[in-house]
Design a protein around this ligand. Sequence first.
Ligand SMILES: [Zn+2]
Length: 394
Amino acid sequence: MRRSFTFLLRPTRHQEIALAACLEDHRQLYNAALEHRRIAYAKAGVSIRYGDQSAELKHIRGDDPNGQGRWSFSSQQATLRRLDKAFGAFFKRVKAGRTPGFPRFKGWGRFDSVEWPKDGDGCRWDSQPQHPTATYVRLLGVGHVRVHQHRPVRGWVKTIRVKRAGSRWFVVLSCDEVPAEPLPATGASVGIDLGVASLVTTSDGGQVANRRHLAATAGRLAAGQRDLARKKRGSKRRRKAVARVAALHAKIRRQRLDGAHKAALALVRAYDVIAHEDLRISNMTRSASGTVERPGRNVAQKSGLNRSILDAGWGVFLTILADKAESAGRELIAVNPAGTSRTCARCGHCAKDNRVTQAEFACTACGHAAHADVNAAINILRAGLALRQAAQAA
Ligand SMILES: [Zn+2]
């Protein structure tokens, strides 16, 4: 298994300056290489390849020993490959007959990470193993930077990436051959319904990851954006308002991720088999105003912005859940969601009128009444177990 580990860095003031310089030089290298390609393409119709640019690195470094020459050759190559990837995607879209935007120059603040493709090459994870308590990562040109390692690293460290988020620095390790950590069997199965107010409703009637905090931040973000719209362009107040909005966006990302991790962990601990709706199918039948199938899930709760913030994240959650399930040896089943929200979990009667409101389900045939999300989750579990049985019989 491949898995990544992210840790906060605790650089000294000197190291922080060096990290910023490292990032800035890699950004300039990226932009210079992009400029080179643009000119060659515009003036001579020539497309320059990664190999050509990589060969030139040696001269660039030689000419600028106190600038570009300070950093790792390999991380610079990785930056050139990143540009090459952007061009690859660009030409692929051109070939497909679309009109994509030309790869763009990275403005200050639009280039936030540097990657060292191989541990030991211009970088070293756990560079001071003899230290009794602290962990360090050594980066060429920066030094041994202290890491806030809040959990153990497993597997083999393959690549090391440093990224800046606001005023903080993180190190991201991508590890290979991370061993699975199977959990003891519980004998329990569950169906889950993904929603807005709570991320997950289970077929047992439980709700995981209430999103009250996320909703509160979303409200503050909406206020921040209204505030921003009133500020004059180029003014100092506007700059401050922009920073406030960016900080709120970052907070929402953190809260969403945190909620997703907690919910996924709770499910994986408690159940051997987890059935969920197949989002690829749900997305096709989804519209901004909501659908018959999913009445109200997409319908505005408060405002468009608020809704979109709460909406997005099901995909992220399922990715995290799949990851944890694989590691724990749990089984995940994706189910076609068609009919799950309007079918009675007791008698199987399927009708639009069964769904009284967003939250209420009342069967018009047998009178069964339940919370609509729990009813849907039970149907999802049933469909998942049927799929599983069919697969085992085959
Ligand atoms: Zn019924």
